[in-house]
Design a protein around this ligand. Structure first.
Ligand SMILES: CC(C)(COP(=O)(O)OP(=O)(O)OC[C@H]1O[C@@H](n2cnc3c(N)ncnc32)[C@H](O)[C@@H]1OP(=O)(O)O)[C@@H](O)C(=O)NCCC(=O)NCCS
Length: 182
C-alpha cells in the first residue's frame, strides 16, 4: 500500500520554476485559474463565483495535503515566486493501486513556452521516485488538443476513449484516459 507523506511540503525546482505550497495570499491567482473561461474551456466545471470560493478551495487542498490525501503545487517563476501562474496536482489517489491522477492549469499569458511540460516532468519524477507511484492517470476532453499533446510529449499513452461519458451544460462529451507507468 502506498503511504505518501507530504510533510514537510515538497518544494520542487526546475530550470525556470519553483513549485511551492499554495497559501491564502494566492487567493486572487487561484480565483483567476478557477474562473477564467479560457482556462476552463475544456475542464467542464462552472467557474468559481467569488474569492470566498477560491479561499475555500485553498483551505480544502491544504487540509488534504496535511492528511496525505492529495497534493497540489503552485507553479511560480523562480525569479518571482510570489506570483502564481498555474497549478499542478496529484488527486484521486488510489493508495492500494499505487496510482494517482495528475491535473494542471496555467495562466494563458504563459501558454506555449514549455512551462507546463517543465512542471510535469518534475512532478512525474517526484511521483515515481518519492511517492512511489506505479502508474499515473490523466483524463482530458477529446477537444483539449493542448492537454493531449502535452501528455504525449511527456510519455503518456492513450489507453481509453470513453464515448459521451461526461455531461456538462446540457451536452455529453468524450473523455480520453492517458496513463504513464513507472
Ligand atoms: C494544457 C496546458 C497546461 C498546456 O500548457 P503549456 O505550458 O502551454 O504547454 P507547453 O508549452 O509545455 O507545451 C508542451 C507541448 O504540448 C503541446 N501543446 C501545448 N499547447 C498546445 C496547443 N495549444 N496546441 C497543440 N499542442 C500544444 C505541444 O506539443 C508542446 O510542445 P511544443 O511547444 O514543442 O510544440 C495549458 O494549455 C492550459 O493550462 N490549459 C487550460 C487548462 C487545461 O486544459 N488543463 C488540462 C485539463 S485535462
Amino acid at each position: 500500500m502506498l503511504t505518501p507523506d507530504f510533510t514537510p511540503f515538497p518544494e520542487l525546482k526546475t530550470k525556470r520554476l519553483l513549485l511551492r505550497r499554495i497559501t491564502m495570499d494566492d487567493a486572487a491567482a487561484i480565483f483567476f485559474l478557477r474562473s477564467d473561461e479560457t482556462v476552463l474551456k475544456f475542464i467542464g466545471k462552472e467557474p468559481a463565483a467569488s474569492m470566498e470560493e477560491a479561499k475555500a478551495f485553498i483551505q480544502r487542498v491544504n487540509d488534504a495535503i496535511d492528511a496525505n490525501e492529495s497534493i497540489i503545487w503552485a507553479i511560480t517563476l523562480q525569479h518571482n515566486p510570489e506570483e502564481v501562474i498555474g497549478t499542478i496536482c496529484y488527486w484521486r489517489l488510489q493508495p492500494e493501486n499505487y496510482r494517482a491522477e495528475i491535473g494542471y492549469a496555467l495562466h494563458p499569458k504563459h501558454w506555449r513556452k514549455g512551462i507546463m511540460k517543465e512542471a510535469i516532468v518534475e512532478v512525474l519524477d517526484y511521483g515515481f521516485e518519492t511517492m512511489k507511484l506505479h502508474s499515473i492517470e490523466a483524463r482530458t476532453s477529446t477537444d483539449n488538443i493542448a492537454s493531449g499533446s502535452i501528455l504525449e510529449a511527456t510519455g503518456f499513452v492513450k489507453e481509453a476513449h470513453l464515448k459521451e461519458e461526461f455531461f456538462f451544460r446540457g451536452e455529453f462529451s468524450d473523455t480520453i484516459i492517458y496513463s504513464r507507468l513507472q
